[in-house]
Design a protein around this ligand. Structure first.
Ligand code: ADP
Ligand code: MN
Ligand code: MN
Ligand code: MN
Length: 351
């Protein structure tokens, strides 16, 4: 028997943005356990805005597990929060009710700032560093400092060793700002891995005494870039059938559902989606080929390939919940695919 360290990880009840929480229990197994072998566990919901003090137990139901590369015999156990009966999803548990389809693929581009002493890593104590320009994909100490690259590389290794589909890294436009990408098939799978990647980044940063700032416009109304979480998406139908009439129907559905999308694309997005700095205004839907100032960017390859492939919704922000973002995108696509017999339109009909 081996004593495994199980880190149960969940999203708390804070609004508008939940925090990641985790606690450890030790369990012995003959070998690396299956998901089914991991027991339901409880926690004090009154400490996480998930219950009143009087009756405060909530349940943690394991839904995905990953080897924890940072701990000997460690396992990262991603959980859904359930009511005390163990079967009813808690109101804060958005994952339980989202639309999913394994033919729907998502690539999330998570942007964020490293923060230290209340300001972006590398900012002087007073004032600002030289303006944006050299930082994006930059190399050299004056562009990226001395620790950021160490952290993002360590994070990449942690993700890959855990089996998380981390796809790449780049230094972003603002000083102290970075991006990583996570790709997954299915909205739950992609979003689970994004939440786990966020967790690993935050935990890793503890030893550097650095925080991860996910707010979409931490430097306010300045010339410093905000942070997004562009959502690249494709469905089976989009990749294999597509076509211009379908594409136009799809864009009309996105236009019609504008407010439903903005509602789940992360808080304070009006401060970021101003129409400046390669953003589209939050309250007007637009799309364009290779247009980084549009709500949805249509890659050249999509048009060349007779309107087949993937699209990029540039509006979701860095604090957005990938579960709800992916689900809303699928709801809108399902409207455009209704009646086609596609797997997504069937999934929506069944939901
Ligand atoms: P950008 O040029 O916008 O910075 P990135 O290279 O950062 O683009 O991100 C592109 C994302 O698109 C990646 O996460 C990738 O996995 C994703 N992607 C590529 N092909 C598809 C597809 N067919 N369906 C969904 N996402 C895809
Ligand atoms: Mn990118
Ligand atoms: Mn980016
Ligand atoms: Mn992008």
């Amino acid at each position: 028997m081996t004593k495994f360290k199980l880190e149960y990880i969940w999203l708390d009840g804070y609004e508008p943005v939940p925090n990641l929480r985790g606690k450890t229990q030790i369990k012995a197994f003959d070998s690396f356990p299956t998901l089914e072998q991991l027991p339901i566990w409880g926690f004090d919901g009154s400490s996480t805005k998930q219950a009143e003090g009087g009756s405060s137990d909530c349940m943690l139901k394991p839904i995905r597990h990953f080897p924890d590369p940072a701990r000997k015999d460690g396992i990262l156990v991603l959980c859904e929060v359930m009511m005390p009966d163990g079967v009813t999803p808690h109101a804060s548990n958005k994952r339980a009710t989202i639309l999913d389809d394994e033919g729907a693929w998502f690539g999330f581009e998570q942007e964020y700032f490293f923060y230290k002493d209340g300001r972006p890593l590398g900012f002087p104590a007073q004032g600002y560093p030289p303006p944006q320009g050299p930082y994006y994909c930059g190399a050299g100490f004056s562009a990226v400092g001395s620790v950021a690259r160490k952290i993002v590389d360590e994070h990449l290794d942690l993700c890959l060793e855990a089996g998380i589909n981390h796809e790449g890294i780049n230094a972003e436009v603002a000083k102290g700002q970075w991006e990583f990408q996570i790709f997954g098939k299915g909205s739950k799978r992609a979003a689970d891995e994004m939440w786990m990647a966020r967790y690993l980044l935050q935990r890793l940063c503890e030893k550097y005494e650095i925080d991860v700032e996910y707010h979409c416009k931490p430097l306010g109304d300045t010339d410093w870039n905000g942070s997004g979480m562009h959502a690249n998406f494709s469905t089976d139908y989009m990749r294999t059938t597509g076509g211009k009439p379908y594409f136009e129907k799809l864009m009309a559905a996105f236009d019609k559902n504008l407010m439903d999308h903005i509602a789940v694309y992360g808080p304070d997005n009006d401060k970021r989606l101003t129409g400046k700095h390669e953003t589209a205004p939050w309250n007007k839907f637009s799309y364009g080929v290779a247009d980084r100032g549009a709500s949805i960017r249509v890659p050249h390859s999509f048009v060349k390939n007779d309107y087949k492939g993937y699209l990029e919704d540039r509006r979701p922000n860095s604090q957005g919940d990938p579960y709800q973002i992916a689900s809303q995108i699928l709801k809108t696509i399902a409207e455009a695919e209704a009646g086609t017999g596609s797997s997504l339109s069937e999934a929506e009909a069944a939901a």
